[in-house]
Write a protein that binds this ligand. Sequence first.
Ligand code: FAD
Length: 342
Amino acid sequence: MIQTDALIIGAGPCGLFQVFELGLLGIRADLVDSLPAVGGQCTWLYPDKPIYDIPAVPICTGAELTANLMKQLEPFKPGFHLGEEVVALKPVAGRFEVQTSSGKIFSAKTVFIAGGVGSFQPRKLHLDGADALEDRHIHYRVQSPAMFRQQRIVILGGGDSALDWALALGPEASSVTLVHRRDDYRAAPASVAQLKARAAAGQVRIIENATATGLQVADGRLTGITVASKDGTEHSLAADHVLVFFGLSPKLGPIAEWGLTLNKKTISVDTEAFQTNIPGIFAIGDICDYPGKKKLILSGFHEAALAAFAAKALIEPGKKVHLQYTTTSPVMHKRLGVADEN
Ligand code: FAD
């Protein structure tokens, strides 16, 4: 069991800033996210799009904002637990027991839910038999590229993940076919050009304007997949593995089962501490709800600051929590690792 003063659920921009605000007050945090990388919506939905309303940052992309938040929290060295969904949370003897999908268990003094619109899950392939083949023959992410060596692979999708894996796995696979439901791609133009060049050289096959309609299975193993074109043509493709990249969709998931007061898909909090109906559990960022709430990154940053002060009072009861400025506070300079520069 991992003991922690503060467990943050969600490593989007608000969860990352929560690490920083807690760190300034001398509290080290652990951070869990179901996705394999930090940044939440900024990383997964719009990494290259410019954001114009971060205070004092006239323009930055989602990826740049995430990189800067990571740099800012560096001195506080949080524990990162990525690629793990928080599946259970219950109060135990004045603390919170929090379990992740990989079986990790935390005992936390305080919990900060910064889950945004919920944990992102891959959109599934809805064909008969697909669920039973998941992780063996039907894949929603590539964990071990080596397993696709000398295999017949069909990749479904037209975004960056689909094209990147078609290009990466192609040279070692026995065949790669990319099936896309349209003929324009959401991937980087350079990847599209490279894939089309490989198709012209006969190294990969591309089937556009087509969708998967059925799976062929023998003795519990995938043997092929049928795809139908918009013009009615059917293709029967021999396949050992199907890689599905239909994007990610958010699900509130287990958060709804923790006894928190909810308003539709958001968690009700007060505006003094951004605390939920369960003392010691805070909610910040897009997932929290209060009168006048605006789902903006800057609102989440303010919520993180106030929640950190309230948590400090719970973690170190009886100690007065003073407001200190980062410009002038020697204690904060020490925590930030800049004491020698001041
Ligand atoms: P998120 O960014 O949603 O991150 C939440 C994280 O929590 C996710 O990574 C998720 O996987 C994780 N999570 C959830 N549940 C669990 C669980 N049970 N276990 C583990 N992990 C979990 N805002 C602005 O202020 N300015 C803009 O210009 C702007 N532009 C936008 C453009 C687009 C296209 C979109 C989609 C949004 C935009 N936003 C903008 C909104 C902004 O992105 C959100 O307000 C912000 O991302 C909220 O941050 P967050 O940290 O609360 O949540």
